[in-house]
Design a protein around this ligand. Structure first.
Ligand code: NAD
Length: 387
């Protein structure tokens, strides 16, 4: 079948198997060049795309770890392609196995008890039957709480007052004013239930009870803070409340795992184009500008570069460098004064006419298509592929 991109809003409903495999392989090649004396057995929850996939790749190919991955992906059926995560998992498993690493993947809802139990069984199959690192990298619009059966949906809204700010339609380049009315109490609580620390804590409890966490293990979940221009919609909005709850979750897990000497950390990562971030208003415009600025001064990173640097940091010989709230700051380069001051200048006068010159919207678009295996160099998109 000839596979072409089909865009619906901020997602692409098709994925190219060859392009996804090459994307995964390119990240693997980068990871191989950065040997790290780190994890030997890692569980990655949310392992088929974005930061989770990159963390799994660094675990396997920089640290030489056996890996268990959990993701929620769809195989192909009829003329419908699989999700990009499905193809990424296939490519990862093939290359990890070829390098002599165990790579077990569970495809299902990470919020459910069943998938937690399947992950425990998979960990028991690894040598030693325990993991020394757990990466929590879920980004989901919905969660069903297994104990109550209630389903929660997350929203991306401001809290307290209406938000109004610049946003871009990444496909047309039109810069407009987005207006978003504030969330009500229920929407805030539901967003926290989906993207906060509750499920991370449930994972830690289940794994601990099953005895599959090694002594001195670490667990890391990902957060974002960002600049003032996105605060109303991110840090001070519903998703920010969920991220605050992730920090509460980290404290709860560290206390729970105290007998093992294990610790939970929140890592604040860089804003990057992923399926999750493209759904957030305002953020794509911000990302397009910092892409340009960070590429120009040589500090631009993608998910794989971020995850290599994070693993180097958490497996340093000394104490892990943390901020005043105990977080790992992988957004240090993005948040540097130089980048943020230039951003503020550009932000105030960017518009539909000058966006191509003042931002790297082209780079944003390319990265967006690449998530789904399109616009990857050396792929001939005119030939039939097995989906
Ligand atoms: P992503 O969309 O690229 O990946 C999300 C992963 O979660 C996928 O593997 C998907 O299959 C999996 N997943 C989603 N729902 C699931 C479910 N119910 N069961 C099992 N797996 C499920 O997202 P991402 O951008 O890499 O985000 C990962 C984390 O990093 C999120 O917590 C996000 O807030 C955080 N983060 C992202 C950015 C960014 O700019 N992208 C920046 C900082 C922090």
């Amino acid at each position: 079948m000839i596979v072409t991109p089909k865009i619906r809003g901020f997602i692409c409903t098709t994925a190219h198997p060859v392009g996804c495999a090459i994307n995964t392989e390119q990240q693997i090649n980068y990871a191989k060049k950065h040997e790290i004396n780190g994890t030997k057995r890692v569980l990655v929850i949310g392992s088929s795309g974005g930061y989770g996939l990159a963390a799994r790749i660094v675990g396997a190919f920089s640290c030489g770890a056996d890996t268990v991955g959990v993701s929620f992906d769809r195989p192909s059926s009829g003329s419908r392609t699989a999700t990009s995560g499905w193809y990424n998992n296939m490519a990862f498993e093939k290359l990890a196995t070829r390098s002599g690493r165990m790579a077990l993947t569970i495809n299902g809802d990470a919020f459910s008890d069943e998938v937690k139990n399947e992950a425990i069984e998979a960990i028991r199959k690894l040598p030693g039957g325990q993991v020394d690192l757990i990466i929590y990298s879920l980004a989901s619009p919905k969660r069903t709480d297994p104990s109550s059966g209630n389903t929660y949906s997350s929203v991306l809204k401001p809290i307290g007052s209406e938000f109004s700010g610049k946003t871009v339609d990444v496909h047309t380049g039109a810069v407009t004013e987005a207006k978003i009315s504030p969330a009500n109490e229920e929407e805030i609580a539901h967003t926290v239930a989906v993207m906060g620390g509750q499920d991370w804590v449930l994972w830690a409890k289940a794994l601990y009870k099953a005895g599959v966490i090694a002594q001195n293990a670490k667990t890391v979940a990902f957060s974002y803070i960002g600049p003032t221009v996105t605060h109303a919609i991110y840090k001070d909005g519903t998703i920010g409340k969920a991220k605050e709850d992730l920090e509460r979750g980290a404290d709860e897990i560290t206390e729970l795992l105290q007998p093992l000497g294990s610790k939970a950390y929140v890592a604040v990562c860089k804003a990057l184009v992923t399926q999750a971030s493209s759904a957030i208003p305002v953020v794509p415009l911000y990302i397009s500008i910092i892409y340009k600025l960070m590429k120009e001064n040589g500090t631009h990173e993608g998910c794989i570069e971020q995850m290599v640097r994070m693993m180097q940091r958490i497996y340093t010989d000394g104490d892990i460098p943390l901020d005043e709230k105990g977080r790992i700051r992988m957004d240090d380069l993005e948040m540097s004064d130089e980048i943020q001051q230039s951003l503020n200048t550009i932000w105030s006068d960017i518009n539909s006419d000058n966006i191509m010159e003042k931002s790297d919207l082209e780079g944003y678009r390319k990265d967006f298509y690449r998530i789904f295996g399109f616009e990857v160099d050396d792929v001939d998109y005119s030939v039939d592929v097995e989906i």
